[in-house]
Design a protein around this ligand. Structure first.
Ligand SMILES: [Zn+2]
Length: 486
């Protein structure tokens, strides 16, 4: 497994980092777990995997990260994560409003009111939170007014990401433009981010029933021409099939198939409500799907009764996991998404639900494949980017260790993320973000939340009253002698 230079040769030079004494969950095609291994990181890549002594000899004088008693896993891939508007007003939309009302009464006004500064800051916030969970790659699905500001904010945190701008041609909606103008803006974003080592551009449409056929087909042609993937939302709940029917269209995935836009270049967010023909079309065309179980549960979209993502996977379909938004899923914690997905699929009573080992692949190598990055990330293999997560398995949630995939997906692994590297750079060290001043981030995010809600004209209803301590104390003072003796 090593491709190390021979010890003591003229080629010998220090690695940028040796991670030593770890057990390594590679997620390579044989799913090997290397016990007591070391990883050499050189120029952002995994240069070698092998015994520590061998790597120390090959890379003399290298700085070391002691991972004794720890587990190294590939950085996780979040294939559907909104980074703007919602992060600043996270967990604020009530959980008793229908999904469509949440979008049009809350999300759309918020997106209409965000500034470039808001977008950049909330992208950094989302990236920092993601990194703290060991998510090293995220796909921003494009409800973004200021994509270059978002790219800047993501880059500042040090996460790997793919970004696009707003893409819909529904009249009278924020950032809507005619199809040709939308496509020109998307092409500009891809061009502006070309060549960046971490954050580059995608073609991103809003999808649903909010995009014309011209825009769907134009996006597919543009993605082909620019040789980049594309993504949009479809059928998270029953509303999209109903809207397509009302408009005299075929069911949503069938409609896209008829337009000729399905294929390996497309990643659909959701695709929960599918009939047999739609499921077959996704599998046959190699269209990828990002499943976001936290969002479906939060919005009550019927995933447990209508979802068929196991069936899509078993039919050879390409599947990944996502966390959606801070008001639909509410956290970019992909460990939680994996656990929810595992439980929901298992509880459906189907004969062959996805197992933990398969679901951890969705969170890593399969997720990387779904976002077109399998050659670069998603597994711990020589030649790939050093996107690595050190889990401290000396902690109580890992005591004692059980079956690794079972414990990774069903246990509390996400609570034990100690160190995170992206492209060889240590972005989390001993549970602390190294790239961003988190105190300053918190202060600015708190300030921007208030200003954004005011501009959007939104009052967050609070079901629990806030009472100043002085008032509470005055109301609840107990008369002398009223307390029972201890
Ligand atoms: Zn979404």
């Amino acid at each position: 497994m090593t491709t190390t230079p021979a010890a003591g040769t003229a080629d010998s030079r220090p690695a940028d980092l040796l991670i030593v004494d770890a057990d390594i969950v590679t997620m390579a095609s044989d799913r090997a777990v290397v016990s007591g291994g070391a990883i050499a990181v050189v120029d952002g890549r995994i240069a070698a995997i092998g015994p520590a002594a061998t790597l120390r000899a090959a890379y003399p004088g290298s700085p070391e990260l002691d991972a004794a008693g720890c587990l190294v896993v590939p950085g996780l891939v979040n294939a559907h994560q909104h980074t703007t508007a919602d992060p600043l007003v996270r967990s604020s939309i009530p959980d008793d409003v229908p999904a469509r009302q949440a979008i049009f009464d809350w999300i759309v006004p918020l997106h209409g009111a965000v500034t470039g500064e808001d977008d950049e800051l909330s992208a950094t916030l989302t990236a920092v939170e993601s990194l703290s969970y060991g998510v090293t790659t995220l796909l921003e699905p494009g409800t973004v007014a200021h994509p270059l500001r978002v790219a800047h904010g993501l880059r500042a945190a040090g996460i790997r990401a793919r970004v696009g701008g707003w893409g819909w041609d529904t009249p009278e909606a924020p950032y809507a433009m005619p199809a040709a103008d939308t496509l020109a803006a998307q092409a500009d974003t891809v061009a502006a981010l070309a060549g960046d080592p971490l954050v580059t551009g995608w073609i991103t449409l809003v999808g649903h029933d909010l995009v014309s056929d011209d825009l769907f087909t134009g996006a597919a042609e543009l993605a082909d021409r620019l040789d980049v993937p594309m993504t949009w939302h479809l059928s998270p709940g029953p509303e999209d099939p109903a809207a397509y029917a009302a408009a005299g269209r075929a069911r949503p995935v069938r409609h896209l198939h008829d337009l000729g836009v399905l294929g390996p270049r497309l990643l659909l967010g959701h695709a929960v409500w599918l009939d047999d023909a739609e499921l077959a079309a996704l599998a046959e065309t190699g269209t990828a799907v990002a499943s976001c179980p936290g969002a479906y549960l939060r919005l009550g979209q019927g995933f447990s009764r209508a979802g068929r993502h196991t069936e899509l996977y078993r039919a050879g379909g390409r599947l990944a996991l996502g966390c959606d938004s801070h008001n639909a899923g509410d956290t970019p914690d992909l460990w939680r998404a994996a656990r929810l997905f595992a439980g929901l699929e298992r509880d459906r009573g189907i004969p062959d639900p996805l197992r933990a080992d398969e679901i951890f692949a969705l969170a890593t190598i399969d997720g990387a494949a779904a976002v077109g990055l399998a050659a670069l990330t998603g597994s711990v293999e020589v030649g790939k980017a050093a996107d690595l997560v050190v889990l401290d398995t000396r902690t109580v949630p890992w005591t004692p260790r059980g079956d690794l995939p079972t414990q990774l997906v069903w246990g509390a692994a996400g609570h034990t993320v100690r160190d995170v590297l992206v492209d060889g750079r240590m972005v989390v060290r001993d549970r602390r973000i190294t790239t961003v001043d988190v105190d300053a981030l918190r202060e600015e995010a708190t300030h921007r939340r208030v200003a954004l809600l005011r501009r959007a004209g939104i009052d967050i209803p609070h079901r629990w009253p806030t009472v100043p301590a002085t008032e509470y104390c005055a109301r609840r003072t107990v008369p002398d002698g009223a307390l029972p003796p201890l």
